[in-house]
Design a protein around this ligand. Structure first.
Ligand code: SF4
Length: 339
C-alpha cells in the first residue's frame, strides 16, 4: 500500500537572482513500512523534495506548481491550510534534520520541548506528557533521563541532541519519518548508533522512512529502495540490490565509482568531474549532459522519459530508439538494456 505518493512535484524558490527551479516534475511513491533513500550530490533537490512534502519552506520562499499533488494515505495534503498541516506535522509525519540544534529551542529544557509536542498532539495532561517524555528518552537510548529532562540543548553532546530530536519526531508515533542527513554531523561511532536506533524504532513502530543522504554506506545499511536525484529530477529508482549491482544511469554509476574508489584507496575524496547545472536556468535536456561521457545529440534537446518498470532509469541510452540514433551516428551499441 502506498503511504506517500508524490505526483508532478515542481518547486520554485525565489532568490535574489530570480526563480530557481529546485525540483522539476518529480513523481515517486513510498510503500508503507519501507525505507526509501534519496541520494545525490548537494543541491540536487533531495532536501527540497522533503520540505515540499512537509510544506515547510525557509522564509516562505518556495512555491509548488498547480499540477503538484502530494498524497499522504490517499489524501491530498499540499492544498491544506497551515493549521491543518501543523496537525499532520509531528503527529503523522515526523522529521529529523541534519543539525539537531536547528530543531531544538536553545532556551527551553529538553523535557519541556518533548512534553509540549505531546500536549499539542494528544489529550495527555502535563503530568502524563512528562512521564511519556521520560519513556521516549529511554527509548532513544538516553538512560539518565531524569537529569536530561532538566537540561538545555547546549548541555548535551551532538549525538545526544540528535537522540532528543528523534524522540520528538517519534513522540506521536508518526506513520512516516522523514530523516534528512540524520547522521552527517556526527562522528562515525555515533552515526552507527543512530542508524541502529532508527532501524529498531522502525521495527517497533512499523514506521515508513524517507531517508535523505549522500552517504551510500548509510543507504546500504538502511534502505529497501533508492531514488537517485540530479538537477532537481529523478535519474534512477530501484531496489538497493538493483542500484548497487546493476546501476544503469551514467550518474548513478559515477556516484558508485566515487564511493568505491574512495573506499579502496582511502585517499582524499574523489569527485565526479564537472559541476551540477545551475537551476536558475535549468537545461531543457538531460541535466547530466555536461558531465556525461556517453552524451548524444538528443540529450541536449529533450529530457528522457523513465524507462523500465520497478527499476527505472531516465536516460536516452535506454530508449527503444537508441540503436537507431547510434547507428545514424556511426557508433556501436554498448549498453545492456534495462529489465
Ligand atoms: Fe548521458 Fe544522455 Fe543519458 Fe543524460 S540522457 S545520462 S547525457 S546519455
Amino acid at each position: 500500500m502506498k503511504l506517500l505518493e508524490v505526483r508532478h512535484l515542481n518547486l520554485t524558490l525565489d532568490s535574489n537572482e530570480g526563480p530557481v527551479k529546485a525540483v522539476r516534475d518529480t513523481s515517486f511513491s513510498v510503500e508503507a513500512g519501507e525505507t526509501l533513500a534519496v541520494v545525490g550530490e548537494s543541491g540536487c533537490g533531495k532536501t527540497m523534495t522533503c520540505l515540499s512534502i512537509m510544506n515547510l519552506f525557509p522564509g516562505n520562499v518556495g512555491r509548488l506548481s498547480p499540477e503538484t499533488e502530494i498524497l499522504f494515505q490517499g489524501k491530498r495534503i499540499n492544498h491544506l491550510s497551515e493549521r491543518e498541516m501543523r496537525r499532520i506535522r509531528g503527529n503523522e509525519i515526523g522529521m529529523v534534520f541534519q543539525e539537531p540544534m536547528k530543531a531544538l529551542n536553545p532556551t527551553e529544557k529538553i523535557g519541556d520541548q518533548i512534553t509540549d509536542i505531546l500536549k499539542a498532539h494528544t489529550k495527555m495532561s502535563k503530568k502524563e506528557a512528562a512521564q511519556e517524555a521520560e519513556i521516549l528518552l529511554q527509548k532513544v537510548g538516553i538512560h539518565d533521563r531524569k537529569k536530561r529532562m532538566n537540561q538545555y540543548p547546549h548541555e548535551l553532546s551532538g549525538g545526544m541532541r540528535q537522540r532528543v530530536v528523534i524522540a520528538m519526531a517519534i513522540a506521536c508515533r508518526p506513520k512516516l519519518l522523514i530523516a534528512d542527513e540524520p547522521t552527517t554531523a556526527l562522528d562515525v561511532t555515533i552515526q552507527a548508533q543512530i542508524l541502529e536506533l532508527l532501524k529498531e524504532l522502525q521495527r517497533e513502530y512499523g514506521m515508513t522512512i524517507l531517508l535523505v543522504t549522500h552517504n551510500l554506506g548509510v543507504v546500504a545499511s538502511m534502505a529497501d529502495r533508492i531514488m537517485v536525484m540530479y538537477g532537481g529530477k529523478i535519474m534512477e529508482q530501484g531496489r538497493v540490490d538493483e542500484i548497487f549491482y546493476h546501476a544503469k544511469h551514467p550518474y548513478t554509476k559515477a556516484l558508485l565509482r566515487v564511493r568505491f574508489e574512495e573506499g579502496k584507496r582511502r585517499q582524499k575524496l574523489d569527485v565526479i568531474p564537472g559541476i551540477p547545472p545551475r537551476l536558475l536556468n535549468p537545461p531543457k535536456g538531460c541535466p547530466f549532459l555536461e558531465r556525461c561521457r556517453e552524451a548524444m545529440n538528443i540529450c541536449s534537446e529533450q529530457f528522457p522519459e523513465a524507462y523500465g518498470k520497478g527499476h527505472t532509469c531516465s536516460c536516452h541510452l535506454y530508449s527503444p530508439e537508441f540503436s537507431e540514433w547510434k547507428r545514424r551516428a556511426g557508433g556501436e551499441v554498448q549498453h545492456d538494456g534495462i529489465a
